[in-house]
Design a protein around this ligand. Sequence first.
Ligand code: PLP
Length: 355
Amino acid sequence: MIQNSCSHGGVYTVNPSQVKIDFSSNINPFGTSKVVLNALRKNLSKLSSIYPDNEHVALKKKLLDYLGGNLSQDSINVGNGATELIYNFVRAFVRNQVVIPSPTFCEYELASRKIGAKIKYIPLKNWNLDIDRILEKSDKSDAIFLCNPNNPTGIFTYQLIERLIEKIDESVKILIDESFIELVDEIKCARSFIDKVNEFQNIVVLRSMTKSFGLAGLRLGYCVSHPSIARKISNYKITWNVNGLAQLAGVIALEDLSHLRRAQKMIRVERKFMHEVLNNKLRSFSAYDSDVNYYLIQMRNCNSTLLRDLLLERNGILVRDCSDFKGMNDKYIRVAVKTHNENLQLLNSLEVIDI
Ligand SMILES: Cc1ncc(COP(=O)(O)O)c(C=O)c1O
């Protein structure tokens, strides 16, 4: 029952053999970098047969260089994807009640439900955070989940989150999920809250290397917080939680940032191109701006589940049906920004359906 309340994109949500292009997972449009793949091939035999570093030391060192600022290894927890860290955050800090703006990524709800917490949903206001209502509900809550950029709507206003953090009581923990922040396009450059973790000891900033560096199958994420908070999260880590290949992939990915930079550049150009065609040339579809590597398409005459099934059956294209996001309806699909050739295939498929 609980499992059904949370669903995702990805090829295993349908018959995987039908999927030629997956627009339902929002990862780096270039996938895993060649440099990472070469390093994995070279080390496959050795890393497959030894236990991984339980403390993720090499990766944490690279992350400290990458993130800069006044952080230490004690500020970082590494997880088997960002998802593991959401669960460990919940186990560490949630007892009775949480606040979740909606619509958003469903794992916050699922993790909180699993430990029996009550959930207060706060609908977005014009797809931005309703800070006053969040503050209102926060006094009896253990934690607030803020997804920025939000899945599936895009970036929230930085100053709104800042206001919330400044006003809220420090006993309420705030998870700021920045899993997509590195895939915001190169011009917009969304501001991170990582530089606030020493000032505000109740915030935890979550990142997903799965998404930024195209490591969805290997699974890799991390979170940054004040060391006192990080220690409590680490109490819930299982031994050897991140395999050796994923750790190596993370280290090499952080040495080869050109892969990420190239993706950021392409995301901006391709999203603009898709938006122009969807908003100006097709009658039944319109695209919302998001500044990130995915966007919502609203449909006039179509049902999102039917459209997903049709695109899959006819074209082997998988999109994310948004009808099961709390606070959304069957008029939206979410699609990732992919390479130009792949994006053209999506447009061509939608054009045939356009009426
Ligand atoms: C907002 C958000 N956070 C976290 C995750 C999970 O990331 P990971 O694959 O690193 O576990 C997702 C996956 O879709 C997501 O949308």
